[in-house]
Design a protein around this ligand. Sequence first.
Ligand code: CTP
Length: 408
Amino acid sequence: MVLLKTMLNGKKILLGITGSIAAYKSVYLVRLLVKAGAEVKVIMTPSAKDFVSPLTLSTLSRNTVAIDLFDEQSWANHVMLGRWADVMVIAPLSCNTLAKMANGLCDNLLLATYLSSVCPVVVAPAMDEDMWHHPATKNNLARLEEFGNKIIPVEKGDLASGLHGEGRMSEPEQIIDFISINFFLTGPETGKLTGKKVLVTAGPTYEPIDPVRFIGNHSSGKMGIAIAKEFYERGASVTLIMGPSQLDFSANGISVQRVTTAAEMYNACMEYFGQADITVMSAAVADYSPAVRSDKKIKKTTDTLTLELAKTKDILKSLGEKKKSNQVLVGFALETNDEKKHALEKLAKKKADLIVLNSMQDAGAGFGHDTNKITIFDKSGREFSFGTKSKNEVAKDIVETIIRLYYV
Ligand code: CTP
């Protein structure tokens, strides 16, 4: 999923393609960039032609593809190409071109353009796992970072060699998100969350009664997903821990961990919380779970059935007790009566920094709706109220409130 393509409208992207099997993904990258409104010019190394056709790339980019430094009659103006671009992206970056870039070699048009470019340069390496781990590769990448170039990390997966491991070029969607976040974000809160680690919980939990039945609730997970996306779009590195929602959410760039029970959500949160700068607990965690889970399906042999329930661990409260002063912890409260009083009690009891109140009395708020109406309370008694809005807009309000209160 491309989350951020709208930011690329009108931007000038110079795409360098080197000789690597992953060059097939660059064809789709060009397509996505053009669809997002970017102007794209492609430069290929001579060996890249063996992997993808210049004709395909020039058709998709709607520009001629530059390959040679000169032909019999003309000289390719690499200086002007480098000055034309808002960003130069080299994807895939082969080991060979990486080594040449790190050492300032200049034996083809792509390298000449790289050396004369005045715009930011981003590279998406692609290679086999052993090459990726070789110290020469690490040194060369470190040199590029010293030059100020940005590196899009490789992914783990199937490799052209038939092996499985690290070295795959990042997916085109993720490359687009990376470029958008790093170079084209705008707005007053821009850049404040870059590099911050964020933990978000979402959805319900299911507490098993027997192998076929459970106690659950109607939470859809929409609010938490919207919050995770909003953080991601502002440059944060996001982990979403999600209960058994019917929504099949996955997005490149957001790490999604699925859990079922309150106990599993507790363990997942505990594991990640130490690294998180910001934690937003929007999940509707079960407060009680069957004290005993029957191994076999319970048969209807009696007229009444009493289930004994035991309290689950309060995750937000446990995190509040562990929280350090440089961490921001945000809880949710869904109330039907004495809303403000209960919300403030929860804020204090669970040692959160902020509590987001949804009132069941407000039309359009709560489970199952596409809209929500919230009030945010902070520890010093301040209150921030918002109108009924889509869950995406509400997520924006929550994230912007966090930035204004803690990061400006
Ligand atoms: N929460 C949690 N762990 C639980 C229960 C709730 O982390 N076992 C979190 C929710 O994710 C939410 C906040 O606590 O951020 C408020 O949840 P809520 O159920 O409304 O509060 P409770 O303390 O359970 O109070 P009550 O149900 O009595 O209103």
